[in-house]
Design a protein around this ligand. Structure first.
Ligand code: PBG
Length: 370
């Protein structure tokens, strides 16, 4: 009997094995199939048939990118002038007016959402980070202005204390008798709840806790619901790693920790099972969307989180990833459009359906011109 497939055991007619038809045996390995005996040969598999033309490639493509996949992170400050960010060529910290204009431009390109990151004046920072939940603060004013100008644009806010905290940490810091630093979990969660409610009152559609405190998703959900904000979504930073790729961002907002690092709350880059533990907890606590950050160096984590949950998964291509791609393009050695779109499609292929990226507007423009 002849089994007509590679690896299925007997591929070759025993008669051929005896050398009766040496040419046919040879043909198996060369890919030439003599007509008279073709039924006795395993098929030559030719995956390249599915790649032979633009039309066929576009039909068999498994992952596509669209402007609707992107969320644009935007920096803002109190100043009336816009400030280019040194370490992030092409990225600007906007005044309130410019923020509204630029968010409108992004929306017109098909980008459904923006996420806001404020630079808070030094004088307003404090150990308790009370500026994080002032109704008249920079972020609530920005949310109101954005929603008034672009009601259909989804406004996402970052919920964490680092821009407001004089210690530069995402949570409230306590110094013990020996001078050691600890980040207080439950005290921080109380402030995060006030911050989330403050953003919801101003009109935020989605709040995105990026602080990595334990139990904050359930607490924020309760706080929002208690104020009747049952429709405000929580996009939880589920697996946020203690990453060196955040460097340019911290420079942009002057939000680096004054002392210590973030390793007691952000995750160890060496771990991925732990990301699944966080996934199960965030899901049980009522998160609507989960986020993995950074994105490019953590594609395996995106894929594992994708497989472990029914919730939508987002990934954040962070400032250091942006800087690497921009500098490589600026060197002239790599093609910017090609590497950026490849980096984004890879993040989507890994399992993210939403990508926070500083390339959002540029990439949306390229996709539109295609
Ligand atoms: C802080 C926050 C950070 C980023 C987003 N939110 C920095 C940090 O955790 O230190 C980084 C984003 C980027 O690098 O683009 N809550």
């Amino acid at each position: 009997m002849v089994v007509n497939a590679w690896g299925a055991g007997c591929c070759v007619d025993p008669a051929e094995r005896k050398g009766k038809n040496a040419h046919a045996i040879n043909a198996i390995f060369t890919g030439h199939r003599p007509r008279a005996t073709h039924h006795t040969h395993p098929p030559m598999h030719r995956p390249r048939r599915n790649r032979q033309s633009l039309a066929i490639r576009s039909m068999v493509r498994e992952t596509t990118l669209a402007p609707a996949d992107f969320i644009l992170p935007m920096f803002l400050h109190e100043d009336a002038v816009d400030t280019p960010i040194d370490a992030m060529p092409g990225v600007t910290r906007w005044s309130l007016d410019s923020l509204v204009r630029e968010a409108g431009n992004a929306h017109a390109l098909g980008i459904p959402a923006v996420v806001l990151f404020p630079k808070i004046e030094e004088a307003l920072k404090s150990p308790q980070a009370a500026e994080a939940y002032q109704a008249g603060g920079l972020v609530p004013r920005a949310i109101r202005a954005l929603k008034a100008a672009h009601p259909a644009l989804c406004v996402i806010t970052d919920v964490a204390l680092d821009p407001y905290n004089s210690d530069g940490h995402d949570g409230i810091v306590r110094r013990d008798a020996r001078g050691g630093l600890s980040i207080l979990n439950d005290e921080t969660v109380d402030v995060l709840c006030q911050q989330a409610v403050c953003h919801a009152r101003a009109g935020a559609d989605i709040v995105a806790p990026s602080d990595m405190m334990d139990g904050r998703v359930a607490a924020i959900r309760d706080a929002l619901d208690a104020e009747d904000f049952t429709g405000v979504l929580i996009m939880s930073y589920t697996a946020k790693y203690a990453s060196a790729f955040y460097g340019p961002f911290r420079g942009a907002l002057d939000s680096a920790p004054r002392e210590g690092d973030k390793k007691t709350y952000q995750m160890d880059p060496a771990n991925s099972r732990e990301a699944l533990r966080e996934t199960l907890l965030d899901e049980a606590e009522g998160a609507d969307m989960l986020l993995v950050k950074p994105a490019g160096p953590y594609l395996d984590v995106i894929a594992r989180v994708r497989a472990a949950t029914m919730l939508p998964v987002a990934a954040y291509q962070v400032s250091g990833e942006y800087l690497m791609l921009k500098s490589a393009a600026a060197s002239g050695w790599l093609d910017e459009r090609a590497i950026v779109l490849e980096s984004l499609v890879a993040i989507k292929r890994a399992g993210a359906s939403m990508i926070l990226t500083y390339f959002a507007s540029q990439a949306a423009g390229w996709l539109r011109d295609d």
